[in-house]
Write a protein that binds this ligand. Structure first.
Ligand code: 13P
Ligand code: SF4
Length: 303
């Protein structure tokens, strides 16, 4: 932490000077998560907080679709991302034209798109969902058939519990697709007492091995509430690092898969971002009303 302290102090100072707030995803490294974040959370929490924070400048410590979501909900605010190359394998797997093709294939079916999508894809969808509310959103759709994009594994995991016929796009998260049921069975065989909790972007086979499945914040909440002796959080590496700091009695087994996009965000480029007020995230104004309607329809369902 000694090496981080000067950055943290300067980021704090610039945050006040610029009237900025730092929204950080749960996958940020501990020095960002514990050191400079004003608000941390999963995609849903960050989207909701973006509508509540009073500051005129939002520094989004996460990936590009998260910063776009903040901009869509706050077009009048300045939204900065410390590295605009921080993408997402799910968001880059689908275009608005692909959504149109799926609508043509399943006429009348509502399109539920994960927030891990570009503004253009959100604008082409009826409603958004996150890992925290996907089943609830799908169940709220009229009609028998629902189109889910772009995460094929999230869709399969929702389909297993849903009353709807779900058809999906075959996108994957490059981090979560790598976990296997076999490796989880090996952890269980080595220690039958181990708690296994997984993110729903994992395959259904992995989810079937888990004691609990939920969004990144729900996973953190589960560990805080249950305080297992030993746990494996089947998700991006930094999650365990961030919770381990507050739960010294719990042993975290870390089959570590890194999201290279999330890891583009560092204290150095957060400082640079605040210093230079770059990189500003813009969304085509023509897309904003429809994209915003899709995100707000999702948020309204939770109220
Ligand atoms: P959460 O919404 O659960 O935080 O997930 C976002 C994400 O990108 C997971 O890979
Ligand atoms: Fe996208 Fe997966 Fe990285 Fe999350 S972890 S930002 S879903 S690539």
């Amino acid at each position: 932490w000694a090496v981080h302290a000067p950055y943290i102090r300067e980021i704090d100072r610039l945050k006040r000077e610029r009237g900025a707030v730092i929204l950080a995803h749960n996958y940020m490294t501990p020095e960002i998560f514990h050191g400079v974040a004003d608000v941390s959370g999963d995609s849903l929490a960050l989207a909701i907080e973006a509508t509540r924070v009073p500051q005129q400048v939002i520094v989004q410590c996460g990936v590009h679709f998260m910063a776009e979501t903040s901009k869509i909900l706050n077009p009048e605010k300045t939204v900065l991302i410390p590295d605009a190359r921080a993408g997402c394998s799910l968001a880059s797997s689908i275009t608005a034209a692909d959504i149109a093709a799926m609508r043509a294939q399943y006429p009348g079916a509502r399109v539920v798109s994960y927030v891990n999508t570009t503004a253009a894809v959100k604008a082409a969808s009826d409603i958004c969902c996150t890992s925290a509310n996907a089943l609830e959103v799908v169940e709220a759709m009229p009609g028998d058939t629902v189109i889910m994009t772009p995460d094929g594994f999230l869709a399969r995991n929702v389909a297993a519990k849903s009353t709807k016929r779900i058809v999906w796009w075959e996108g994957t998260c490059m981090v979560h697709e790598r976990f296997t049921a076999e490796e989880l069975r090996a952890y269980r065989a080595a220690d039958p007492d181990i708690a296994i909790i997984a993110h729903p972007e994992c395959t259904p086979e992995v989810v079937a091995e888990a004691d609990y499945t939920g969004s990144t914040s729900a996973m953190i909440g589960w560990v805080r509430a249950n305080r297992p002796r030993k746990v494996v959080m089947v998700t991006e590496c930094s999650m365990s690092d961030n919770v381990a700091a507050e739960l010294p009695e719990t042993e975290f087994v870390r089959p570590c898969n890194i999201c290279p996009h999330m890891k583009r965000i560092t204290l150095e480029n957060i400082l640079w971002s605040l210093h230079t007020m770059t990189e500003e995230v813009t969304v085509d104004p023509a897309l904003i009303p429809k994209a915003r309607a899709a995100v707000e329809a999702m948020i309204a369902l939770g109220r």
